[in-house]
Structure formats: C-alpha cells, structure tokens
Design a protein around this ligand. Structure first.
Ligand SMILES: *[C@@H]1O[C@H](CO)[C@@H](O)[C@H](O)[C@H]1NC(C)=O
Ligand SMILES: *[C@@H]1O[C@H](CO)[C@@H](O)[C@H](O)[C@H]1NC(C)=O
Ligand SMILES: *[C@@H]1O[C@H](CO)[C@@H](O)[C@H](O)[C@H]1NC(C)=O
Ligand SMILES: *[C@@H]1O[C@H](CO)[C@@H](O)[C@H](O)[C@H]1NC(C)=O
Ligand SMILES: *[C@@H]1O[C@H](CO)[C@@H](O)[C@H](O)[C@H]1NC(C)=O
Length: 487
C-alpha cells in the first residue's frame, strides 16, 4: 500500500558551479512555490556528519544548489509549537504568546469550566485535544477538550489557532487567493492557521500517538506525510484531510518525526564525534530518500525550477553525547523553590509559574542554593527575563522563572528517554537550516541566523513583502544572508 521513499540519487545533476556569489533577488524573480520542511531534531552538526557517510545523498545534491546556514538557531524555547511558529510567524514566544505545547496560561480557564473563579489553567495542545488519541485518524479536535478564556465578555473555547497573537505566513499567502497546506503530528497543529483560523486550505494531521513510539513505526508514520506532499503536488487531497485543494499549494509545509524519535529513544554513540546509532542513521536515510522523492516529483511536474525548498528543524535535541545524559526528578525543582507553584513545564528546561509572582526572588534564591542537587546551570528571571522574553507580571503567558540545567540533564521521570528538546543549549537550538533551488549558487553561510528568518524567506520567495507578518514587524526579523529585494 505505502511505498517507502525510493532512493533517487541525482549524482548526474551535480554540475560544477563557478559563478560569483550574488544574493538572490526575490523581488525581481520570485518563486511560484515554497515547500518548508522541518526535520525535527536534526542538528546543524548532523549535516556534515551525514554527508561524510553519504556523499552522494539527496541532501548533498540539494546543497549543491543551495545555501546552508551552519549557525542557525531556533527560538528558545522551541518545543514544539514555538519552534514551528518561529518559522511561520517570524517571531518568538514573547511575541506569539505560545511558549510550549503544554504550558500554564494565567488568563485561561480549564476545559469544561464556565470561566469562573481565579483565572489560570494548563493549556495542553497535543493529542489530548483529539476525540480519540489512540487512533491514527483520531477524529480531530474535540471542542470539549479545549481550554477556555473570556473573550469579548463571553467564556469561549480556545482552539489552538485562537491561542496565537500574530498572523502566520499561511494566512498571508491565503489572503492573496493562493492555496496552502500543512502536515504535522497532531490535529492541534491547527495553530498554524493563525488567529483568523483561515491560514490553511488543507491540513493533514494523522495523530502520532496512534502509532508505537519506535523508529520503524514512526518512519511509517512520516511516510504518510510524504505521501500527502506528493499528492499535493498533483493538486490532490488525501483522505482524512481537513479541507480540499483545487491547485498545487503555493506554500506547503510539514515535518519528519523519525529522527526526533531515534534521538530520544536510541541516540548517538559514545566515541569521537558521537557517530549516529544504526537506528538514527536508518531514520536519516529514510528522510534523505523522501527528500529525493520530493525533488523527483517536482521535476516530473516541471516545477522544480520554480520551487524554493526550505529545510529547517523546529528544534534540536540534547545531549548529543550519551555520556552527558542525566535525569533529575522535576519534583526536586518544585521542592527547592519552597514557594507555592501553580504549574511547572519540565524537559531539558523547567518553566515555573508561581502562585504569586512576588515570590520570585525567594524562589530563585532557594533554587540557586540547591543548584548542585538539581543540576541547575542558570536561572532566568527578573530584569533579564523581562528584557529578552517578556514580563510575567504583565504578560499572562510568560513564566516567572526559567531554569536551565547543565548540558545533558533532563527533568523527567521517564525510564526510556535518552534525550530531550526545547531547552536553551546550543544542542537544543543549533539546527539544520538550508534552502535549495537550481537557480541558487552553492554557499555555506556561517553568520548567526535564526529559524524565525524562515518566515520572511517564505514570503519574499513568493514575491510578498515579509512585513505583512506582524511577528516580523514586532521583532524586526530580517531575510537571511543570500536573499535580497525586500530590505
Ligand atoms: C478509541 O478507539 C479505540 C480503538 O478503536 C477504542 O477501543 C476506544 O474505545 C476508543 N476510545 C474512546 C474514548 O472512544
Ligand atoms: C471580539 O469583538 C471584536 C469587535 O466586535 C471582533 O472584531 C472580534 O472578532 C471578537 N472576537 C471574538 C473572538 O469573538
Ligand atoms: C556510553 O557511555 C556511558 C558511560 O560511559 C554508558 O553508560 C552508555 O551505555 C554508553 N552508551 C552507548 C550508546 O554506548
Ligand atoms: C518533595 O516534597 C514532598 C513534600 O515534602 C516530598 O514528599 C517529596 O518526596 C519531595 N520530592 C523530592 C523529589 O524531593
Ligand atoms: C495562591 O494565591 C491565592 C490568591 O492570592 C491564595 O488565595 C491561595 O491561598 C494561594 N495558594 C497557595 C497554595 O498558597
């Protein structure tokens, strides 16, 4: 039924390139289509490691006609909505208001409530929203599972797309009368539709908890996304989609999960350079073959020259070196503070919401005193938090305290995880980011860039001014080096 992405090596297309470096002018020569793919978990450092093993891979071929940004950083935090929204809004949590997939928000109320009493509720936007999260096709979002908020004086159910404060590239493209599509791991990725709720012509959201959490099962899962992308390139809409296409989407996006799962369940090997484990290499080969299948399809449709391919990971994963791995019970953090905490999101980071923000200084003093016990590297709060991430006293989405552990430490009680993501370390943030099109001249760009710069790249590539994105305006997000026309 499902074929696994067939290897399509295009060594024959590796022509020697001897042009001068010149920035691509999107305004003079826009693309007709943009494909934006996240290889969740893929580090910048994984790319040369992979090319060392697979010099004739599809990724190698993409880079022959592409820009590789080797010093690209995700938003912080980046798990997983903020990592996605960085790429499609051009902004970070302080602007989007979306800090994590599962996070406290001081102005929300619990699902099923009547918005009475003291506000503040966990807003979890993952498989928990589905009608039935044991099913691959879970029935979509059950509105009864949505957290609520008082909007315009009434207590309303908040869909994920209602929880974001700025518009998305999908909305901007739809506003031009063009079509869009997106595939990701839960129906909750409704969030990319943006505040209007109208950003997607088609959403395709098989529920990942409907398959076992193994590399092989998730490769099968990812194949569904790839099948959808290939169908979209025929202007077809796969079964179980939300919406219907009548043309090839001008912008489509999606992600791969298998590398993330391989990193979290198997990981890298000890030893010089931390080689890929066989499971991780298998996942990489799968992704590489799928990228080849995508290019093959673009060529068949004769739109390869008109399509900008953007590959950027939503997030990385830490630790890379298994010897640094250590887990710490999240309750140790809670207890250390010695103040009442209403909510704590824990991964390779801990975000604390205190019952009273005025307890912050006390909590921080106690955390610092117990830093060794909890493997705390540093704590962000107060002026530093306010200056860079938002003010917890004024913004109901901003945590009071961000706890950053030593590299490799995960605040978890999980028995199976060997890595996590979302944190602030460079292993969490320094991700793979490259763009490819036969009109681009091969470049490796070492300047520091951010995955928020994906959003302006998408719009500029389609000939649309990136400043139509509120997040781009709010944060002054620029096109990355290599592109011009909208500066
Ligand atoms: C979810 O689907 C499974 C498999 O069909 C079924 O056994 C289960 O009863 C369903 N759960 C709910 C809450 O409907
Ligand atoms: C709230 O009211 C304003 C003004 O009438 C309207 O534009 C907006 O769409 C309303 N928002 C919701 C979520 O109902
Ligand atoms: C790596 O080394 C650590 C500690 O020396 C050991 O516990 C672990 O099993 C090793 N992992 C792998 C993947 O070899
Ligand atoms: C946290 O404190 C509670 C209450 O004092 C105690 O029962 C629990 O064992 C502590 N947990 C950890 C991990 O220290
Ligand atoms: C949290 O704060 C509220 C309001 O100030 C107070 O009523 C409640 O007792 C506090 N809860 C705890 C556990 O301290």
């Amino acid at each position: 039924m499902h074929y696994l992405c067939v290897a399509a090596l295009w060594a024959a297309s590796l022509l020697p390139i001897a042009f001068a470096e010149e920035d691509y002018d999107d305004k003079k020569s826009p693309f007709k289509y943009v494909i934006a793919i996240s290889i969740d978990g893929l580090h910048s450092s994984d790319v040369p490691k992979y090319l060392g093993l697979r010099p004739k891979s599809n990724i190698a071929a993409l880079l022959e006609v592409g820009y590789e940004y080797t010093n690209a950083y995700t938003s912080a935090p980046s798990d997983s909505f903020p990592g996605t929204l960085a790429q499609f809004t051009g902004s970070s949590p302080k602007t989007t208001g979306v800090w994590y997939d599962d996070i406290w928000r001081r102005d929300y109320f619990a699902p099923g409530s009547d918005c009475k009493g003291r506000p503040g509720a966990e807003v979890e936007q993952a498989e928990n929203l589905d009608y039935n999260d044991t099913l691959l096709f879970s029935g979509g979002i059950n509105p009864d599972n949505l957290a609520k908020k008082v909007v315009n004086g009434t207590c309303q159910k908040m869909y994920p797309h209602n929880t974001i404060r700025v518009n998305t590239a999908f909305e901007v493209v739809r506003n031009r009368g063009l079509q869009t599509a997106y595939a990701d791991k839960h129906p909750a990725y409704d969030i990319v539709r943006g505040p209007s709720g109208k950003g997607l012509t088609v959403g395709y959201f098989p529920e990942i908890t409907g398959v076992p959490n193994t590399v092989d099962a998730v490769i099968g899962y990812d194949q569904l996304h790839v099948d959808a992308w290939l169908a979209w390139l025929d202007a077809r809409t796969p079964e179980h989609s939300e919406g219907k296409l009548t043309a090839i989407p001008s912008l489509f996006g999606g992600n791969f999960q298998c590398i993330n799962v391989a990193q979290k369940t198997v990981g890298y090997l000890n030893g010089t350079g931390n080689p890929f484990s066989p499971a991780l290499l298998k996942a990489l080969d799968f992704v590489d073959n799928c990228l080849g299948a995508l290019v093959k399809k673009l060529k068949e449709k004769k739109i390869y020259e008109e399509t900008l391919i953007i590959v950027a990971s939503k997030h990385g994963q830490a630790p890379i070196d298994p010897r640094l791995y250590k887990k710490v019970d999240p309750k140790i953090i809670t207890n250390l503070t010695q103040v009442p905490i209403v909510s704590q999101t824990s991964d390779d980071i801990a975000l604390l919401f205190l019952n009273k923000s005025s307890d912050t200084e006390t909590a921080v003093r106690n955390l610092k005193a117990g830093a060794q016990k909890a493997e705390i590297a540093s704590v962000i709060y107060g002026d530093e938090l306010k200056a860079n991430y938002g003010d917890p006293v004024r913004d109901p989405s901003v945590p009071d305290i961000i706890v950053l552990p030593n590299l490799g430490v995960i605040y978890t009680n999980s028995k199976t995880k060997v890595a996590e993501h979302g944190g602030f370390s460079s292993e969490d943030r320094n991700v793979a980011f490259f763009v490819s099109n036969p009109k681009l001249h091969k470049r490796q760009i070492k300047d520091r860039v951010y995955t928020t710069q994906v959003a302006p790249t998408i719009l500029a590539a389609l000939g649309i001014d990136p400043r139509e994105l509120e997040g781009v305006r709010a944060e002054g997000t620029k096109l990355p080096p290599g592109f011009k026309g909208f500066d």
